[in-house]
Design a binder for this molecule. Structure first.
Ligand SMILES: NC(=O)c1ccc[n+]([C@@H]2O[C@H](COP(=O)([O-])OP(=O)(O)OC[C@H]3O[C@@H](n4cnc5c(N)ncnc54)[C@H](OP(=O)(O)O)[C@@H]3O)[C@@H](O)[C@H]2O)c1
Length: 241
């Protein structure tokens, strides 16, 4: 029996949200592992090829996909990590905040994947990894827009798998627990809240960005060839308790 390969060396990887937090950490890890990484964000992306784009502008998605593919060629792997959380109570969330959240967190991953999947199909191999959330499964305070988008991401992942896996392109999601990033600064700035979240896990601590690298490599490599349409919770057992 041949042992499976967990290698991502030489792969062309597009990572959205690569200017900060989870996307930035994954971009750095894939680069160290020998992938050719193209990051996408509004801000400049240090240390690797980047495309500056506002992904919530859905009319610009095709141009963004073309700009990404013009750097190293068609990506083998797309990681949709750009996201926002307006953290507004359901009574107060505005139409503009709702629309921006759904556009960036749910609509952009779909339309960017739709634009890039053709190149993966030509190769007969590809990987799409969406970033879901605890809020794909659970309601949190002030999470109506974010939770709706992340619930959508979970189902979108299954729908992508249904549509594209037979062409060799798998689609899965990673659902992180609590990881310290710009997005979660309010949570981590409150030591009591951070400790409560840590206590809710089975492992007893919040996430470290490097905890996401192994799962991302697994879902990006031949080792996960028969895994598709799945949501992998990397949450220290938060949802198990
Ligand atoms: N941190 C956690 O504990 C956690 C838990 C569950 C899920 N997640 C998910 O993980 C993903 C990454 O979050 P994070 O925690 O790493 O947050 P972060 O540090 O705030 O990073 C968000 C990234 O999204 C990019 N972005 C935001 N708006 C954009 C836009 N309009 N167009 C293009 N890029 C945009 C940002 O880049 P620019 O500002 O440069 O555009 C940044 O690179 C999100 O989908 C989030 O929902 C995070």
């Amino acid at each position: 029996m041949n042992l499976p390969s967990f290698s991502v060396e030489g792969r062309i990887v597009c990572i959205t949200g690569a200017s900060s937090g989870i996307g930035k950490a994954l971009a750095g890890a894939f680069a160290v592992a020998g992938s050719r990484v193209v990051g996408v964000a509004r801000r400049n992306i240090d240390g690797m090829a980047g495309v500056q784009a506002d992904l919530s502008d859905l009319g610009a998605t095709s141009a963004t996909a073309e700009a990404v593919s013009s750097i190293y060629g068609a990506p083998d792997i797309l990681i949709n990590a750009a996201g926002l959380n307006p953290r507004k109570h359901a009574d107060e969330v505005t139409l503009e905040e709702w629309t921006r959240t759904i556009d960036l967190n749910l609509n952009a991953p779909f339309f960017l994947a739709q634009a890039l999947v053709e190149g993966m199909k030509v190769k007969g191999w590809g990987r799409i990894i969406n970033i879901a959330s605890l809020q794909s499964e659970r309601a949190f305070p002030s999470g109506a827009a974010y939770g709706a988008s992340k619930g959508g991401v979970a189902q979108l992942t299954r729908a992508m798998a249904e549509a594209w896996s037979s062409a060799g392109v798998t689609a899965n999601a990673i659902a992180p627990g609590f990881f310290p990033t710009e997005l979660t600064s309010k949570v981590f700035d409150d030591p009591q809240r951070a400790a409560q979240n840590a206590a809710q896990t089975c492992i007893g601590r919040n996430g470290r960005l490097e905890d996401l690298v192994g799962p991302a490599f697994f879902l990006s490599s031949p080792a996960s060839d028969y895994v598709t349409g799945q949501i992998l919770f990397v949450d220290g057992g938060y949802t198990a308790k």
